[in-house]
Design a protein around this ligand. Structure first.
Ligand code: AGP
Length: 604
């Protein structure tokens, strides 16, 4: 997720903007920039990599007296992490920073190019400044031109825009991406994507709501809501605790990231869903020419999302699909054929084992695709094609939102390939796209659910182990639930196909063996239920997760009744994530930095 800062005042604006961006580093970024309007003159600086590079570039830049300015840290979604793609984006007399995704930027860019506008970047954001200036030429009133521009944008955005003719003002708009405003007794004004940059500067803050837009100077704060009604901002005192602010008040980054899943999945979907087809503008259809098999390769949680995809690809895209654990694949002298699309999955894009298998596939002449969360990572640079998961930076070592966005991308990719291969009717594709649109709702954490899991977790702090069991796509989810628990609680847990219990594991069944049973209503319910009854009959302690009441369980976590098993998958995913979180917290572990683990395993 990108970071935005803005400032109006007479103090050291360069320092305030860059320090503000430093407080947003935790959100992850690959480039940064600032633009300052002082004495009717714009000065803009951008740099790739860390903020120290931007500081180096601006070391001889100083302003005196009053100025307005904006700054940005970019997490690439459209266009590589380069200086040209870094924000602010500059027009003839204006500049803009933006967090979010403009879904209709391709059409807007086409219109502007036809008008003779020259674009410097590959970004969606750049259309905003050129559209504003086009409107300003015809309307000749900056705020009206800004309003018209907003009405032409579709998607999610938090925008700050500065224009020369209003050199004491910042125009803003918030829709789908966070932003707030701060002020102090010196009549300084601050904008930011979250409150940490304002700590120590602003006395009071006001959080914009979706649809809020307006303009601010030192003398006035003008805000309109989504109904175009002028509203008075409600300011509140700003907390002074930076770390808690970075966690937005959650106890751990992992907890925050579980709650963020709804927002980041919405970002993952932006610009990719039509009613009857999936759009991946980063993919060329020719990628699938001559392909008869897909081989997926990954590690850890990414392996679990890939294993889930094997069921979807074969069931709906009707394409032969296989899967590999990267650390095994790289040493077993595998047979690779050129009619196989080699797909690696990685949150970091730096996992050594996975990266090595990607290089092996490239060397063997296979077409390669990476599904990744970090643009410009090693795997993104090596693969022929890339689909970004847009989960934003994931701070918790135990992956949650990255997994959720990987599953979302895989479901979309299934339908994308199904359309290409005409493997299922368009009506089925349309039906599943309507289900995909419901994922953000399915992963919203309800207070009652979280409270229930928090209470329940006290019963699962001991015992000689856990089985997480499920069938079909709920088997990879069982593996993921077991990994989450192992990683952060240090308790032993295994994921198993429900049908496998009778082939040995059931020998472990006793009251101290905890079985977390995934019982989806819409997929093999009766079979999975009888597998659980086998365990219950042997006195294993059962915690069932289902939309259907299950009386053979010692504990029961009820999820919402859903239209389809894939939505049950997402609901149960949140439950197993929260269960591992709450057990780990009760055990007093460092949830975000579990012992022995690293966020990215860049060594063998
Ligand atoms: C997941 O919770 C773990 N942190 C770990 O298994 C991780 O998924 C694995 O190391 C792969 O990382 P990657 O997705 O960055 O390649």
């Amino acid at each position: 997720m990108c970071g935005i800062v803005g400032y109006i005042g007479s103090n050291n604006i360069k320092k305030i903007l860059i320090d503000g961006l430093k407080e947003l580093e935790y959100r992850g970024y690959d480039s940064a920039g600032i633009a300052v309007l002082n004495d009717g003159k714009f000065d803009s600086y951008k740099a790739t990599g860390k903020l120290i590079n931007l500081e180096e570039k601006t070391k001889d830049f100083h302003t005196k007296g009053f100025a307005v300015g904006i700054g940005h840290t970019r997490w690439a979604t459209h266009g590589k992490p380069t200086e040209l793609n870094a924000h602010p984006h500059i027009g003839e007399s204006s500049c803009v920073v933006h967090n979010g995704i403009i879904e209709n930027y391709v059409a807007l860019k086409k219109e502007l190019l036809a008008d003779g506008v020259t674009f410097l970047s590959q970004t969606d954001t750049e259309v905003i400044v050129h559209l504003f200036e086009k409107n300003l030429k015809s309307i000749n009133n900056p705020f009206e031109a800004f309003k018209k521009t907003l009405n032409q944008l579709e998607g999610a955005y938090a925008i700050l825009l500065v224009t020369k003719s209003e050199d004491k003002t910042i125009f803003f708009a918030k829709h789908g991406s966070p932003m707030l405003i701060g002020k102090n007794s010196d009549k300084e004004i601050f904008f930011a994507s979250s409150d940490t940059p304002l700590i120590g500067y602003a006395d009071e803050v006001s959080y914009f709501e979706d649809g809020d837009y307006g303009f601010v100077s030192s003398d006035e704060i003008i805000i309109f809501n989504q109904n175009n009604e002028k509203i008075e901002p409600i300011f509140s005192k700003l907390s002074q605790n930076k770390l808690s602010a970075q966690k937005d008040g959650y106890r751990f980054f992992m907890e925050k990231e579980i709650y963020e899943q709804s927002i980041v999945i919405s970002d993952t979907l932006l610009g990719r869903l039509k009613d009857d087809e999936i759009l991946f503008d980063e993919l060329d259809d020719s990628l699938f020419d001559g392909i008869n098999e897909i081989k997926l390769c990954a590690c850890g949680t990414s392996y679990h999302s890939a294993l889930t995809a094997t069921y979807l690809f074969e069931r709906y895209a009707k394409i032969k699909t296989s899967i590999e654990v990267a650390s095994e694949f790289r040493y077993r002298k595998p047979i690779m054929t050129k009619d196989t699309l080699f797909v690696v999955i990685s949150q970091s894009g730096e996992t050594a084992d996975t990266l090595e298998t990607l290089k092996m596939a490239k060397k063997a002449g296979l077409k390669t695709l990476v599904i990744c969360n970090v643009d410009n990572s090693s795997m993104v640079r090596v693969a022929d094609a890339c689909i970004l998961t847009r989960a934003g930076v994931e701070k918790g070592v135990a992956s949650t939102k990255a997994f959720a966005t990987q599953i979302t991308v895989f479901w979309m990719l299934t339908l994308f390939i199904a359309k290409l291969k005409n493997s299922i009717p368009t009506t089925e594709i349309t039906r599943q796209i309507s289900l995909i649109r419901q994922i953000p709702t399915s992963v919203k954490v309800s207070d009652s659910m979280h409270e229930r899991i928090k209470r329940l977790s006290k019963r699962y702090l001991h015992g000689h182990g856990f089985f997480f069991i499920g069938r079909d796509v709920f088997f990879p989810l069982a593996l993921e639930g077991a990994l989450k628990l192992k990683e952060i609680s240090y308790l032993h847990a295994e994921g198993y196909p429900s049908g496998e219990m009778k082939h040995g594991p059931i020998a472990l069944a006793d009251p101290e063996l905890f079985t977390i049973a995934l019982l989806p209503e819409h997929l093999h319910y009766e079979k999975a239920k009888s597998n659980v009854e086998e365990l219950s009959a042997r006195d294993s302690t059962i915690c069932a997760i289902s939309a259907l009441e299950f009386d053979k369980a010692d504990d029961f976590i009820k999820i919402n009744s859903c239209e389809d098993y894939m939505l049950e998958f997402f609901e149960m995913m949140v439950v197993v994530q929260l269960l591992s979180l709450e057990i780990s917290i009760r055990l007093g572990n460092d949830v975000d930095m579990p012992r022995n683990l690293a966020k990215s395993v860049t060594v063998e």
